[in-house]
Design a protein around this ligand. Structure first.
Ligand SMILES: NC(=O)c1ccc[n+]([C@@H]2O[C@H](COP(=O)([O-])OP(=O)(O)OC[C@H]3O[C@@H](n4cnc5c(N)ncnc54)[C@H](O)[C@@H]3O)[C@@H](O)[C@H]2O)c1
Length: 261
């Protein structure tokens, strides 16, 4: 009997083999969870997501296109999911977006209204939008676990992280308010604050490579964060072992967030 036997997860955010969502999918799958996926619209995106998912041993995955900035797209994805599965136990939100022009050290003040709102919309509001559609499906399962991905730049200034730090602060607060409301139906909502991992999204942040060197030198574990560190914490949160944990931001970063200098 595996930890997540009988559970069904919907994972939003697999772009390629480096994505945090891919590491999460691997851990959930290895622990017996049935995983379904969304991908950005378009054949090329579908192919990239499918390749990453199949590489972790999930053959013939259920997949649906989703641009999370579009409410009709979210409705269509959840309708299709509902037609295939009768319940949902785990929702993984692992998406973010900001215009890379304003993700450079010194560029925060130049962020336009449109750039600010787009970052907060796609990186934070979408957690609420997806959770609202997940709610009835999780009620049918007698409860559930929702998780999202955050970063330390939500609470301290990380030069270059800029508007994404603002969006992550909104995401962590959204996590707490959702946890309070959905907790009445035994649905837990948590954020994992992951350490730096080289991915498509993190490569958009100017100077981000230095975060990895900082982790090797300064983190209590003297090493960078690995994708599986986050994946395994996600499996814990998805499982009944995490049944008393909700509304939290859990650091999975080799401990670097506790270091002051
Ligand atoms: N890589 C890091 O160092 C790091 C650290 C902490 C937190 N995170 C967070 O982890 C999450 C995943 O990022 P990642 O680093 O794995 O990079 P990634 O580029 O692999 O994943 C980002 C995902 O966001 C998706 N996305 C962007 N706009 C979307 C939209 N409109 N609709 C649907 N999906 C959309 C992309 O398709 C992609 O799958 C993000 O929330 C990111 O902020 C990353």
């Amino acid at each position: 009997m595996s930890l997540l036997d009988g559970k069904v997860a919907l994972i939003v955010g697999v772009a390629n083999d480096r994505s945090y969502a891919t590491h999460i999918a691997r851990s959930l799958h290895e622990n017996g969870c049935r995983c379904a996926f969304t991908h950005l619209p378009g054949e090329k995106n579908e192919r990239r997501t499918r390749k990453a998912v199949e590489a972790i041993g999930i053959t013939d995955p259920w997949m649906h296109a989703l641009d999370a900035s579009n409410d009709a797209d979210i409705d269509a994805a959840f309708e299709a999911f509902k037609a295939k599965f009768d319940k949902l136990d785990v929702l993984v939100h692992s998406i973010a977006f900001a215009d890379r022009d304003v993700l450079q050290p010194g560029a925060f003040t130049s962020t336009s209204r449109e750039q600010y709102l787009a970052a907060v919309d796609i990186s934070a509001y979408t957690l609420l939008a997806l959770s609202r559609r997940a709610h009835p499906l999780m009620q049918a399962a007698g409860g559930g676990s929702i998780m999202c991905m955050s970063y330390y730049g939500a609470e301290k200034v990380v030069p270059g992280y800029n508007i994404m730090g603002v969006a992550k602060a909104a995401l962590e607060s959204t996590t707490r308010y959702l946890a309070w409301e959905l907790g009445a139906d035994n649905i837990r909502v948590n954020a994992i604050s992951g350490g730096y991992l080289r991915t498509l999204a993190s490569s958009a942040v100017g100077g981000a490579e230095a975060f990895m060197d900082a982790s090797k030198e300064k983190a209590p574990l003297r090493r960078p964060t690995e994708g599986s560190d986050v994946g395994d914490t996600a499996a814990f949160l998805a499982s009944d072992l995490g049944k008393g944990v909700t509304g939290e931001t859990i650091y999975v970063d080799a401990g670097i967030n506790i270091v002051g200098i």
